[in-house]
Design a protein around this ligand. Structure first.
Ligand code: AMP
Ligand code: GLY
Length: 426
């Protein structure tokens, strides 16, 4: 079958890479794609947020299945439009995408569903937000309610920092209209994990676990980013924890949406904190994690095209997933300056040598210019490898990265450190 993938980042590269290797898939078309994706799919330059352009492309290409990678087109209602035009779509409708598009909607739904999550309040008036922050004290978390590419969350270690963040967001200075509502949350303590589910109506199929490193710097220090690296599986997600996340978080969330007349078809991503009180939900996303998708797709052995089509056509019941037992680890190479400003158009060399050293390079923010690969985004590459252990996969990736020739590229040197420490019995 022909599959159309929407998006052009590292997640979409991993999806196209896996789809191309799926026996059920004969052709992959990606809009807009990137130079890395072009090795695995035919790229068409229609932007991932150009809803009308994407509708025209689908009409021209007539794919058997459309897979929507990023959250923005989902929140804009692309899946609704495609379904109305008769296409099989993997990705939730606009109403269900609000789980990611609005943190205040998502938190309220969790409260209604009895899903464990941090205590919270939603505010639109700066003085009231400030009052809550002063009452609750630090540490405390301030979030822009709308979409902010993973950067709209401030974990404040003192009250003044939190007050300033809330005022900035509500004044529209940071995150624009995404900050017109803020969510103030109790700060949870524990290890974080990403628990993803392929959902189709009442059927919820868990993916293997993964763990992301959201902070910019080693030791999980510095500002939050979209994610600087990830690995799968995450040893902290034991079978018991996975079962708790399925029963206490995923099922009641999907059931509560359904009770409101909202059906979910797509990926439900629960970011969870494993607290001493059990797993608690940090956030929901309505798509594969980026970069979690890179190690997950590296490990998935099932036919991805078949699984996503079954979900899109509401016949997911009975489908199971096979995984490579070996862990996979992905290190993100970002442009120096990310998540703030950075210089675009720098030539990136050594990509073939990185792959010859045993890693797969997923492209995220790249373009081709005069025959060279250049950076165009904050997160640029996701260098990924499998290994007998997380430690072995980590070694392969960092050895491969030695071959990268890009002085303006930065990456963390400790991705997977918690799992590696566990493996060493520390
Ligand atoms: P979110 O986009 O809501 O997942 O937040 C991004 C990151 O901020 C999470 O991955 C956590 O590292 C951190 N975070 C979010 N909410 C909390 C919380 N209530 N307590 C502690 N850390 C949090
Ligand atoms: N890696 C975090 C996310 O995809 O939201």
């Amino acid at each position: 079958m022909k599959v159309m993938v929407v998006g052009g980042g590292g997640r979409e590269h991993a999806l196209c890479w896996k789809l191309k290797r799926s026996p059920s898939v004969s052709e992959v078309v990606c809009a807009p794609g990137n130079p890395g994706i072009a090795r695995d799919a035919r790229c068409v330059s229609v932007g991932a947020e150009d809803i009308e352009g994407l509708m025209r492309l689908a009409a021209a290409e007539q794919p058997r299945l459309v897979v929507v990678g990023p959250e923005v087109p989902l929140v804009l209602g692309l899946a609704d439009r495609l379904r109305a035009a008769g296409f099989a779509v993997f990705g939730p409708d606009q109403a269900a995408a609000e789980l990611e598009g609005s943190k205040s909607f998502s938190k309220q739904l969790m409260a209604d569903a009895g899903v464990p999550t941090a205590r919270f309040e939603v505010h639109t008036i700066p003085s009231l937000a400030e009052q809550t922050i002063r009452e609750w004290g630090a540490p405390i978390v301030v979030k822009a309610s709308g979409l902010a590419a993973g950067k709209g969350v401030i974990v404040a270690h003192n009250v003044e920092e939190a007050v300033e963040a809330a005022h900035d967001m509500l004044a529209g200075n940071s995150f624009g209209s995404a900050g017109s509502q803020v969510v103030i949350e109790e700060c949870l303590i524990g290890e974080e994990a990403s628990c993803l589910f392929i959902v189709s109506g009442d059927t919820i199929l868990p993916l293997d676990s993964s763990q992301d490193h959201k902070a910019l710097l080693n030791g999980d220090k510095g500002p939050n980013t979209g994610g600087m690296g990830a690995y799968s599986p995450a040893p902290c997600v034991t079978p018991e924890v996975a079962q708790m996340v399925l029963e206490q978080i995923a099922r009641p969330t999907i059931a509560t949406l359904k009770a409101r007349g909202i059906e979910f078809i797509g990926t439900l991503y629960a970011g969870v904190m494993l607290t001493s009180d059990g797993p608690k939900t940090l956030e929901f996303n309505v798509r594969f994690g980026d970069p979690e998708c890179q190690p997950l797709m590296s490990r998935l052995q099932s036919d991805l095209g078949e699984v996503l089509l079954a979900a899109a056509e509401k016949r997911l019941a009975g489908v199971t997933l096979d995984w490579d037992k070996r862990p996979a680890l992905c290190v993100v190479v970002a442009s120096d300056g990310y998540p703030e400003s950075f210089e675009k158009g720098q030539a990136i060399g050594g990509l073939d040598a990185v792959e010859k050293a045993g890693a797969t390079v997923f492209h995220a923010g790249t373009a081709e210019k005069d025959g060279a690969i250049v950076n165009t985004g904050g997160r640029v590459l996701g260098v990924t490898a499998l290994g007998g252990t997380v430690g072995a996969a980590q070694k392969t990736v960092y050895a491969a990265l030695e071959k990268l020739d890009w002085p303006g590229g930065i990456y963390r040197t400790d991705i997977g450190y918690r799992a590696v420490a566990r493996e060493k019995g520390e």
